[in-house]
Design a binder for this molecule. Structure first.
Ligand code: GAP
Length: 585
């Protein structure tokens, strides 16, 4: 990981944010190469979601939205980590990050300084660190007594006694300070701000912690304007912010990051049964194929898991580098029917790259309840199909829809009576063709994906240099589709105007179609190595053959060098675009 962090900095992929001021924990900047890489990844995602499909449209919503959105989504009340505070340093730690420790607990009832008359009867409780000498823990205790108190020095302080007690596998001590931890308390991860001239509670808003909610909040507008009919999706790429308590593993867990989220709206299974007779069964393995009218939520969920896996493969993360983790029933959010985490192997372990959740009709239902605006769609075919069903089947579907809606309303805290009444009305409307769409949500992090791509692409190998001596070649084996620079263009020598002129011509020919890096500094071998480190899949060198100095046979041809194999081919300049473009797009 250290090598990767260092390469990211030295090649201009990722820098620490605000580095000249000492950095800001959890924030990162993308340098010239990183910015290109990020753009390519987002562009490929956007293209695969919107331009290559008829059933998904895009959205670009504001980061700050009405605070009620975060009430409705549950983020205000439940988007929190449980934290514990160290009683000696006041440092917080996530409750689930405290590892069990065994050792001896030292309790110090107070301390005093005879020289100044200073005295404290604060109790300090510390866990003796493994192998730590008792004098060292006493010194640490004295340090904690005097910290923040300029009137006394550590040497002038004596402890007013101590008691000890052995402990096994305790999770009550801070792993760094050894100080006793306080109770677990929820700590909301949303970054708060104020909109308007006064910083009062009424003006509190939040930087969005996910892009998804804007999609739900704009659902009815998109339906009204896009001519899309369920099943269809709305996708968005954009910044999200979370005040992560322990940002870590480079960009993996940041406080500002980007998400690429799709909310794919589907019919409730009752509606599919009404129009198609039954819901398709889904094979446990493999891609379910092209979408079919009889797909229920399970088929759609499986479809999106497979589609996302396919996309990762296309951009250079082969299936064997990924894993599907199907969340266990007890791990699922209360509204989720199934969630698959796509896991990827990082040097610090296998971690979530994307979550694909079947979220039932929870999100639109919440916004319907909080905004008071219907989030239902009307389906003429459904209404027609329902009227043709025999009354028993009609009632069976009504009862199933009613039970789901009542269950949701009861979970929101409605009384039995109110939930029965409201669900009954909704079930009656269902028989007229109205329903709240369900959702499948593939939600990916751009920054995590970039890190996965860099980790996966990073390679070091021993190769002979120009003199035949072995040297280590660092190479980023990015898929050409995501590579920040697609092609390096070099004149063999920089002091030969005819070579330079021709190289400029080749650069200008390629530039409108792909990102090109022109380089004339140092020997060509060194230039190849620099592009290897930047992950550039192709390099083109213009030499004396190109300009016809050695006869006409190779005039108008260049050397095309391939990053991974280091193989060099002779190709015609006029064939370059046709050769490269299909590989880099
Ligand atoms: N709308 C659902 C949602 O936001 P999530 O699992 O919290 O779900 C989705 O986030 C994805 O966003 C994650 O799989 C991850 O790739 C990315 N992500 C979440 N928190 C992140 C963080 N602190 N830093 C970087 N990426 C993060």
């Amino acid at each position: 990981m250290e090598k990767i962090v260092s390469l990211c900095k030295s090649r201009g992929l990722i820098f620490q944010s605000s580095e000249i001021y000492g950095g800001l924990n959890g924030f990162w900047d993308y340098g010239p190469l990183g910015a290109e890489l990020k753009r390519n990844v987002k562009e490929l995602w956007w293209k695969s979601m919107t331009r290559l499909r008829d059933d998904i449209v895009g959205l670009d919503a504001s980061i700050i939205m009405h605070p009620q959105i975060w009430k409705a989504s549950g983020h205000v009340d439940t988007f929190s980590d449980l934290m514990r505070e160290c009683s000696v340093t006041n440092k917080r730690i996530r409750t689930d990050h405290v590892e069990p420790e065994s050792g001896t607990i030292f309790r110090f009832p107070g301390a005093e300084s005879a020289a100044t008359g200073w005295k404290s009867d604060r109790q300090i409780v510390l866990l003796q660190k493994k192998g730590e000498h008792p004098d060292s823990i006493r010194k640490r205790a004295r340090q904690y007594y005097v910290s923040g108190n300029s009137a006394v020095t550590i040497d002038a302080v004596t402890l007013l006694g101590e008691t000890t007690e052995p402990v096994e596998n305790s999770v009550d001590f801070h792993p760094e300070s050894g100080g006793l931890l306080g109770e677990s308390r929820p700590f909301n991860l949303m970054l708060k701000t104020y909109v308007g001239a006064t910083a009062t509670e009424e003006n509190v808003t939040y930087l969005r912690p996910e892009t998804a909610q804007a999609i739900f909040a704009q659902f009815t507008n998109v339906v009204a304007t896009s001519r899309q009919k369920v099943p269809f999706g709305i996708c968005q790429v954009g910044k999200a912010f979370r005040n992560e308590v322990t940002p870590r593993n480079f960009t993996f867990r940041s406080r500002e990051f980007e998400q690429m989220e799709l909310e794919f709206f589907i019919k409730p299974d009752e509606a599919v049964i009404a129009t198609e007779g039954e819901v398709a069964t889904v094979a446990a393995k493999g891609h379910p194929g092209e979408p079919q009218p009889n797909w229920g939520w399970q088929a759609w969920h499986k479809y999106w898991v497979e589609e996302r896996m396919r996309w990762y493969n296309e951009i250079g993360l082969p299936r064997e580098t990924l894993e599907e983790y199907w969340q266990k029933p007890e791990e699922l959010a209360h509204y989720a029917r199934a969630t698959v985490d796509i896991m990827v192997k990082f040097p610090f372990g296998s971690q979530e790259l994307e979550g694909i959740a079947a979220r039932s009709d929870f999100d639109l239902s919440q916004h319907q309840r909080f905004s008071g605006k219907a989030q239902t769609v009307h389906d003429d075919d459904l209404r027609a199909a329902l009227t043709k069903l025999d009354p028993a089947k009609q009632q069976e579907l009504r009862a199933s829809y009613f039970a789901a809606r009542k269950g949701y309303l009861l979970r929101t805290g409605e009384t039995e009576e109110a939930a029965t009444k409201a669900a009954g009305e909704e079930a009656d409307r269902f028989l007229k063709g109205y329903y709240v769409p369900h959702v499948i949500e593939p939600s990916a992090g751009v920054d995590r994906l970039l890190l996965a791509l860099v980790c996966n692409a990073f390679d070091e190998e021993e190769v002979p240099d120009a003199k035949g001596n072995m040297e280590v070649r660092k190479v980023l084996r990015f898929s050409p589709r995501v590579a920040p620079i697609k092609v390096g263009v070099f004149p063999l020598l920089k002091n030969k105007p005819d070579l330079v002129k021709k190289a400029y011509e080749v650069r200008d020919l390629l530039r409108p179609h792909m990102s090109v890096f022109y380089d004339e500094k140092d020997a060509v071998g060194r230039r190849y190595r620099r592009q290897d480190e930047a992950g550039t899949p192709f390099c083109v060198t213009i030499d004396f053959d190109t300009i016809g100095e050695n006869g006409d046979e190779l005039k108008g041809t260049v050397t095309l060098r391939h990053r991974d194999s280091m193989q060099q081919d002779r190709v015609k300049i006029e064939d370059l675009i046709g050769l490269l473009l299909p590989q880099v797009q």
